[in-house]
Design a protein around this ligand. Sequence first.
Ligand code: 13P
Ligand code: SF4
Length: 349
Amino acid sequence: MSTPIVLPDYSMPPETVPQFHPAHLDPMEKVALRNEIKALLAARDAVLIAHYYVDADVQDLAEETGGFVADSLEMARFGQRHPAATLVVAGVRFMGETAKILSPEKRVVMATVEAECSLDLGCPPDEFEAFCRQHPDRKVVVYANTSARVKALSDWVVTSSVALPIVERLHAAGEKILWAPDRHLGHYIQTRTGADMLLWSGACVVHEEFKAKALFDLKALYPDAGVLVHPESPAAVIEIADAVGSTSQIIRAAGELPHKLFIVATDRGIFHKLRQRNPDKRFIEAPTAGEGATCRSCAHCPWMAMNELQQLARSLRDETGMAANEIHVDPEIGRRAMVPLQRMLDFRA
Ligand code: 13P
Ligand code: SF4
């Protein structure tokens, strides 16, 4: 028997998180860019699929042009079903790769291929493969926020929308689980299901920054506020929540819960949709400052922020721009990653 691998901490140290400051556009520049992108999408038989965390103008543009704004699960479904020849994914690279794996015949372009995710970066495929080999008795369940190679090593891919019922099902069938890469989401699922889960040690640079003590103090100032939390947040923050869920589940909870004011612990990009759908309610950010704070991303993912209108126009304007921002997945890796991804899309709770 080989020596068990002791996992290092795979979360990104705060000082290594890139800083990104979107360029300021005046209203006229915005209108011109939006019109140009609309024309380019039509000319290229392309559809724009955006995540709730990207720039509000990009989200609106997706909806105005027959595209879609969604969580990572619904983005994958929409891309797979849509007949357009080109999928333009406004999000981070794993979302573009997922779209390509599910639709290898389509061209997948992003505003920039430099849009990473700390969870994806914190799960190097070679090290993950060695870890899996050490635990052949466990079902490998990986979060969608991973590379195509890591997905190809898994039995199941999950997003935060469906992780809980999928692990519940595996646990009920007597399976033990190897989970990667988000330790907070993994811990949350483990606590809720009681499953035997071995956790990789990655973290999201945005959600890990939410501070339970400061949130508790804010809640004391607004005792009638509801608290909405994404499960990539630390356990102590999740404990204070009135609703815990994926981005789409957070948006649904804001509409269904009776509160008129909410404190929201997830990327602030979501406020655009929360306010559009609930004009009679107020939303404030959960604190990232306070005791032990090292906040670098301050509730906004630096990679999601790279999805700017100028960047999007550049990636669609000509063949050079499209080729530079196109997503490629090795066909063999793609075929293997498709199996656990499709298993997730076919799953019915
Ligand atoms: P959702 O699947 O909830 O949209 O989350 C994706 C993500 O990257 C959260 O940080
Ligand atoms: Fe990854 Fe966190 Fe950004 Fe989501 S918010 S894409 S988990 S770094």
